[in-house]
Design a protein around this ligand. Structure first.
Ligand code: SF4
Ligand code: MG
Length: 313
Protein backbone atom coordinates (compact mmCIF):
# COMPACT_ATOMS: atom_id res chain seq x y z
CA UNK A 1 0.00 0.00 0.00
CA UNK A 2 0.94 3.63 -0.34
CA UNK A 3 0.32 5.58 2.83
CA UNK A 4 -0.22 9.25 2.34
CA UNK A 5 -0.38 11.06 5.59
CA UNK A 6 0.02 14.50 6.95
CA UNK A 7 0.17 13.87 10.69
CA UNK A 8 1.55 17.25 11.67
CA UNK A 9 -0.19 19.10 8.95
CA UNK A 10 -2.57 21.36 10.70
CA UNK A 11 -3.10 23.90 7.99
CA UNK A 12 -2.65 23.79 4.28
CA UNK A 13 -3.50 27.21 3.02
CA UNK A 14 -4.78 27.78 -0.44
CA UNK A 15 -4.51 31.22 -1.97
CA UNK A 16 -7.85 32.73 -2.86
CA UNK A 17 -8.30 36.33 -3.94
CA UNK A 18 -7.45 38.33 -0.80
CA UNK A 19 -8.37 35.43 1.41
CA UNK A 20 -6.79 32.27 2.71
CA UNK A 21 -8.65 29.17 3.55
CA UNK A 22 -7.70 25.99 5.30
CA UNK A 23 -8.23 23.75 2.32
CA UNK A 24 -7.04 20.56 3.97
CA UNK A 25 -6.60 19.66 7.65
CA UNK A 26 -4.81 16.69 9.20
CA UNK A 27 -5.62 14.10 6.64
CA UNK A 28 -4.22 10.64 5.97
CA UNK A 29 -5.31 7.82 3.74
CA UNK A 30 -4.03 4.57 2.33
CA UNK A 31 -3.99 3.71 -1.35
CA UNK A 32 -3.77 -0.03 -2.04
CA UNK A 33 -0.90 -0.73 -4.49
CA UNK A 34 -2.39 -1.71 -7.84
CA UNK A 35 -5.77 -0.59 -6.54
CA UNK A 36 -7.81 2.56 -6.40
CA UNK A 37 -8.62 4.89 -3.54
CA UNK A 38 -11.27 7.46 -4.32
CA UNK A 39 -11.68 10.72 -2.51
CA UNK A 40 -15.28 11.80 -2.69
CA UNK A 41 -17.11 14.88 -1.50
CA UNK A 42 -19.05 17.93 -2.63
CA UNK A 43 -17.31 20.75 -4.47
CA UNK A 44 -15.09 22.87 -2.26
CA UNK A 45 -14.33 20.07 0.20
CA UNK A 46 -10.62 20.12 -0.63
CA UNK A 47 -10.34 17.00 -2.75
CA UNK A 48 -8.60 18.73 -5.66
CA UNK A 49 -6.16 20.27 -3.20
CA UNK A 50 -5.26 16.79 -1.99
CA UNK A 51 -4.72 15.70 -5.60
CA UNK A 52 -2.46 18.66 -6.22
CA UNK A 53 -0.48 18.08 -3.04
CA UNK A 54 0.10 14.44 -3.92
CA UNK A 55 1.35 15.29 -7.42
CA UNK A 56 3.51 18.14 -6.15
CA UNK A 57 1.56 20.82 -8.07
CA UNK A 58 0.83 22.46 -4.71
CA UNK A 59 3.13 22.67 -1.73
CA UNK A 60 1.68 22.93 1.76
CA UNK A 61 2.05 26.55 2.89
CA UNK A 62 2.43 25.26 6.41
CA UNK A 63 2.68 21.81 7.88
CA UNK A 64 4.03 18.84 5.98
CA UNK A 65 3.06 16.10 3.60
CA UNK A 66 4.46 12.63 4.20
CA UNK A 67 4.39 10.18 1.38
CA UNK A 68 5.46 6.64 2.25
CA UNK A 69 5.89 4.71 -0.99
CA UNK A 70 5.90 1.14 0.24
CA UNK A 71 8.57 -0.67 2.21
CA UNK A 72 11.43 -0.16 -0.24
CA UNK A 73 11.15 3.58 -0.17
CA UNK A 74 11.55 3.79 -3.94
CA UNK A 75 10.62 7.18 -5.35
CA UNK A 76 7.13 7.18 -6.79
CA UNK A 77 6.45 8.23 -10.31
CA UNK A 78 3.17 10.14 -10.29
CA UNK A 79 1.17 11.53 -13.19
CA UNK A 80 -2.08 13.45 -13.17
CA UNK A 81 -5.21 13.40 -15.32
CA UNK A 82 -7.39 16.50 -15.15
CA UNK A 83 -11.10 17.13 -15.39
CA UNK A 84 -11.05 19.21 -18.55
CA UNK A 85 -9.02 17.44 -21.22
CA UNK A 86 -9.32 20.39 -23.58
CA UNK A 87 -7.72 22.85 -21.19
CA UNK A 88 -4.85 20.50 -20.45
CA UNK A 89 -3.92 19.80 -24.09
CA UNK A 90 -1.94 22.35 -26.11
CA UNK A 91 -4.35 23.28 -28.96
CA UNK A 92 -1.52 24.13 -31.37
CA UNK A 93 0.25 20.79 -31.09
CA UNK A 94 -0.45 17.64 -33.03
CA UNK A 95 -1.56 14.77 -30.82
CA UNK A 96 1.64 12.81 -31.51
CA UNK A 97 3.70 15.70 -30.11
CA UNK A 98 1.44 16.07 -27.07
CA UNK A 99 1.88 12.40 -26.23
CA UNK A 100 5.64 12.53 -27.00
CA UNK A 101 6.28 15.55 -24.77
CA UNK A 102 6.99 13.65 -21.54
CA UNK A 103 9.26 11.24 -23.44
CA UNK A 104 11.32 14.17 -24.68
CA UNK A 105 11.19 16.16 -21.44
CA UNK A 106 12.36 13.25 -19.35
CA UNK A 107 14.73 12.00 -22.09
CA UNK A 108 13.24 8.54 -21.76
CA UNK A 109 13.95 7.57 -25.35
CA UNK A 110 16.84 8.70 -27.53
CA UNK A 111 15.95 8.50 -31.20
CA UNK A 112 13.03 9.96 -33.12
CA UNK A 113 12.13 6.51 -34.36
CA UNK A 114 11.94 5.14 -30.82
CA UNK A 115 9.74 8.04 -29.76
CA UNK A 116 7.47 7.62 -32.80
CA UNK A 117 7.09 3.90 -32.08
CA UNK A 118 6.24 4.53 -28.44
CA UNK A 119 3.69 7.21 -29.35
CA UNK A 120 1.97 4.79 -31.74
CA UNK A 121 1.91 2.16 -29.04
CA UNK A 122 0.43 4.61 -26.52
CA UNK A 123 -2.29 5.74 -28.94
CA UNK A 124 -3.28 2.13 -29.49
CA UNK A 125 -3.26 1.36 -25.77
CA UNK A 126 -5.91 4.03 -25.22
CA UNK A 127 -8.02 3.01 -28.20
CA UNK A 128 -6.98 5.67 -30.72
CA UNK A 129 -5.57 5.03 -34.17
CA UNK A 130 -2.08 5.85 -35.40
CA UNK A 131 -3.46 8.42 -37.86
CA UNK A 132 -5.06 10.27 -34.91
CA UNK A 133 -1.51 11.31 -34.01
CA UNK A 134 -1.47 13.73 -36.96
CA UNK A 135 -4.59 15.59 -35.79
CA UNK A 136 -5.08 18.49 -33.36
CA UNK A 137 -7.03 18.33 -30.08
CA UNK A 138 -10.04 20.29 -31.42
CA UNK A 139 -10.67 17.55 -33.98
CA UNK A 140 -11.64 15.13 -31.22
CA UNK A 141 -14.65 14.63 -28.96
CA UNK A 142 -14.38 15.09 -25.19
CA UNK A 143 -13.99 11.37 -24.56
CA UNK A 144 -11.27 11.03 -27.19
CA UNK A 145 -9.46 14.03 -25.75
CA UNK A 146 -9.46 12.35 -22.37
CA UNK A 147 -7.94 9.29 -24.07
CA UNK A 148 -5.18 11.58 -25.40
CA UNK A 149 -4.44 12.87 -21.90
CA UNK A 150 -4.35 9.33 -20.58
CA UNK A 151 -1.85 8.38 -23.32
CA UNK A 152 0.30 11.36 -22.39
CA UNK A 153 0.11 10.49 -18.68
CA UNK A 154 1.17 6.91 -19.42
CA UNK A 155 4.14 7.93 -21.58
CA UNK A 156 6.52 8.15 -18.64
CA UNK A 157 5.35 4.78 -17.30
CA UNK A 158 4.08 6.09 -13.96
CA UNK A 159 3.11 3.66 -11.21
CA UNK A 160 0.64 6.09 -9.66
CA UNK A 161 -2.02 8.12 -11.43
CA UNK A 162 -3.91 10.93 -9.76
CA UNK A 163 -7.19 11.48 -11.59
CA UNK A 164 -9.14 14.62 -10.68
CA UNK A 165 -12.75 14.25 -11.87
CA UNK A 166 -11.47 12.72 -15.14
CA UNK A 167 -14.92 12.03 -16.57
CA UNK A 168 -17.21 14.61 -15.00
CA UNK A 169 -17.09 16.88 -18.08
CA UNK A 170 -18.21 13.98 -20.30
CA UNK A 171 -21.63 12.61 -21.30
CA UNK A 172 -22.73 9.64 -19.22
CA UNK A 173 -22.30 7.08 -22.04
CA UNK A 174 -18.81 8.37 -22.86
CA UNK A 175 -17.99 8.47 -19.15
CA UNK A 176 -18.50 4.72 -18.89
CA UNK A 177 -16.18 4.07 -21.85
CA UNK A 178 -13.39 6.15 -20.37
CA UNK A 179 -13.83 4.60 -16.91
CA UNK A 180 -13.74 1.11 -18.41
CA UNK A 181 -10.58 2.01 -20.30
CA UNK A 182 -9.01 3.24 -17.07
CA UNK A 183 -9.87 0.01 -15.29
CA UNK A 184 -8.49 -2.08 -18.12
CA UNK A 185 -5.25 -0.09 -18.10
CA UNK A 186 -5.03 -0.49 -14.35
CA UNK A 187 -5.16 -4.29 -14.70
CA UNK A 188 -2.82 -4.49 -17.65
CA UNK A 189 -0.21 -2.03 -16.43
CA UNK A 190 -0.51 -2.56 -12.67
CA UNK A 191 -1.37 1.09 -12.07
CA UNK A 192 -2.40 2.54 -8.74
CA UNK A 193 -5.07 5.24 -8.82
CA UNK A 194 -5.97 8.10 -6.57
CA UNK A 195 -9.35 9.02 -7.98
CA UNK A 196 -11.12 12.26 -7.15
CA UNK A 197 -14.85 12.55 -7.75
CA UNK A 198 -18.09 14.02 -6.46
CA UNK A 199 -20.10 11.18 -8.01
CA UNK A 200 -20.77 8.20 -5.72
CA UNK A 201 -21.84 5.89 -8.54
CA UNK A 202 -18.60 6.54 -10.47
CA UNK A 203 -16.61 6.02 -7.29
CA UNK A 204 -18.35 2.72 -6.56
CA UNK A 205 -17.43 1.48 -10.02
CA UNK A 206 -13.77 2.48 -9.75
CA UNK A 207 -12.51 2.07 -6.23
CA UNK A 208 -11.30 -0.51 -3.74
CA UNK A 209 -11.32 2.06 -0.96
CA UNK A 210 -13.14 5.34 -0.49
CA UNK A 211 -12.27 8.37 1.60
CA UNK A 212 -15.17 10.76 2.16
CA UNK A 213 -14.11 14.39 2.60
CA UNK A 214 -16.05 17.22 4.16
CA UNK A 215 -14.67 20.76 4.48
CA UNK A 216 -11.02 19.75 4.35
CA UNK A 217 -11.20 16.65 6.52
CA UNK A 218 -11.66 12.96 5.83
CA UNK A 219 -14.74 11.93 7.80
CA UNK A 220 -14.90 8.27 6.77
CA UNK A 221 -12.43 5.99 5.00
CA UNK A 222 -12.95 2.34 4.27
CA UNK A 223 -13.44 -0.54 1.90
CA UNK A 224 -15.83 0.36 -0.95
CA UNK A 225 -18.32 -2.45 -0.44
CA UNK A 226 -18.46 -1.94 3.33
CA UNK A 227 -18.94 1.77 2.89
CA UNK A 228 -21.87 1.27 0.52
CA UNK A 229 -23.42 -1.55 2.52
CA UNK A 230 -22.98 0.05 5.92
CA UNK A 231 -22.14 3.76 5.75
CA UNK A 232 -21.37 4.90 9.29
CA UNK A 233 -20.82 8.64 9.11
CA UNK A 234 -23.98 10.78 8.79
CA UNK A 235 -22.37 12.67 5.90
CA UNK A 236 -21.59 9.44 4.00
CA UNK A 237 -25.20 8.41 4.56
CA UNK A 238 -26.36 11.73 3.13
CA UNK A 239 -24.13 11.36 0.04
CA UNK A 240 -25.49 7.87 -0.59
CA UNK A 241 -29.06 9.16 -0.42
CA UNK A 242 -28.33 11.50 -3.33
CA UNK A 243 -27.52 8.69 -5.78
CA UNK A 244 -30.40 8.37 -8.21
CA UNK A 245 -31.63 4.81 -8.36
CA UNK A 246 -33.84 2.76 -10.63
CA UNK A 247 -36.45 2.00 -7.98
CA UNK A 248 -36.85 5.61 -7.11
CA UNK A 249 -35.97 7.83 -10.08
CA UNK A 250 -37.66 10.86 -8.54
CA UNK A 251 -35.40 10.86 -5.55
CA UNK A 252 -34.09 14.30 -4.80
CA UNK A 253 -30.53 14.57 -6.10
CA UNK A 254 -29.63 17.58 -4.01
CA UNK A 255 -28.45 16.89 -0.46
CA UNK A 256 -31.53 17.05 1.72
CA UNK A 257 -30.19 19.09 4.58
CA UNK A 258 -28.71 22.27 3.25
CA UNK A 259 -25.70 23.62 1.46
CA UNK A 260 -22.02 23.20 2.24
CA UNK A 261 -20.89 26.08 4.49
CA UNK A 262 -18.08 28.29 3.21
CA UNK A 263 -14.66 26.78 3.88
CA UNK A 264 -13.56 30.32 4.72
CA UNK A 265 -15.71 30.24 7.84
CA UNK A 266 -16.02 26.59 8.78
CA UNK A 267 -18.47 25.80 11.60
CA UNK A 268 -17.04 25.04 15.04
CA UNK A 269 -16.59 21.54 16.41
CA UNK A 270 -17.62 18.91 13.88
CA UNK A 271 -17.91 21.06 10.73
CA UNK A 272 -20.82 18.90 9.59
CA UNK A 273 -22.97 19.73 12.63
CA UNK A 274 -25.22 22.38 10.98
CA UNK A 275 -26.37 19.75 8.47
CA UNK A 276 -26.22 16.66 10.64
CA UNK A 277 -29.59 15.12 11.56
CA UNK A 278 -28.24 13.57 14.79
CA UNK A 279 -25.94 16.33 16.04
CA UNK A 280 -25.74 16.92 19.80
CA UNK A 281 -24.42 19.87 21.80
CA UNK A 282 -20.98 18.29 21.99
CA UNK A 283 -20.78 18.26 18.16
CA UNK A 284 -20.77 22.05 17.88
CA UNK A 285 -17.91 22.34 20.38
CA UNK A 286 -15.54 19.42 19.96
CA UNK A 287 -13.80 18.30 16.76
CA UNK A 288 -14.24 14.51 16.49
CA UNK A 289 -11.01 12.48 16.34
CA UNK A 290 -10.43 9.92 13.62
CA UNK A 291 -10.93 6.44 15.08
CA UNK A 292 -10.64 2.95 13.67
CA UNK A 293 -13.68 0.69 13.89
CA UNK A 294 -13.39 -3.09 14.20
CA UNK A 295 -14.32 -3.50 10.53
CA UNK A 296 -11.26 -1.45 9.50
CA UNK A 297 -13.22 1.70 8.65
CA UNK A 298 -11.77 4.96 9.94
CA UNK A 299 -14.31 7.48 11.04
CA UNK A 300 -14.55 10.94 12.60
CA UNK A 301 -17.87 11.20 14.43
CA UNK A 302 -18.65 11.50 18.14
CA UNK A 303 -21.75 9.36 17.94
CA UNK A 304 -20.47 6.32 16.12
CA UNK A 305 -20.50 3.56 18.71
CA UNK A 306 -17.72 4.33 21.19
CA UNK A 307 -17.26 0.70 22.14
CA UNK A 308 -16.43 -0.18 18.57
CA UNK A 309 -13.75 2.47 18.36
CA UNK A 310 -10.98 0.30 19.76
CA UNK A 311 -8.04 2.29 18.46
CA UNK A 312 -7.77 6.03 18.80
CA UNK A 313 -5.68 7.39 15.91
FE1 SF4 B 1 -23.05 14.52 13.29
FE2 SF4 B 1 -21.88 14.99 15.63
FE3 SF4 B 1 -21.09 12.92 14.17
FE4 SF4 B 1 -20.52 15.41 13.40
S1 SF4 B 1 -19.78 14.37 15.25
S2 SF4 B 1 -21.28 13.78 12.13
S3 SF4 B 1 -22.35 16.50 14.03
S4 SF4 B 1 -23.10 13.22 15.10
MG1 MG C 1 -12.24 19.99 -7.93
Amino acid sequence: TFDVSAPWLSRVLERKPRQYLHAVNDISFTVPAGGCLSIVGESGCGKSTVARLVTGLHRPTSGALRFAPGAQGAPLSVQMIFQDPFASLNPRWRVKNIVAEPLRELKLLKTRAEIADRVEELLQIVGLSISDGEKFPHEFSGGQRQRISIARALASEPEFLVCDEPTSALDVSVQAQVLNLMRKLQDELGLTYLFISHDMSVVRHMSDRIAVMYLGRIVEEGDTEKLFADPRHPYTQLLLQTIPNVQNPNRNRAPASGEVPSPLKPPSGCTFHPRCPIATKRCSVEIPEVRMLSNGTRIACHLVDEREAAVAL
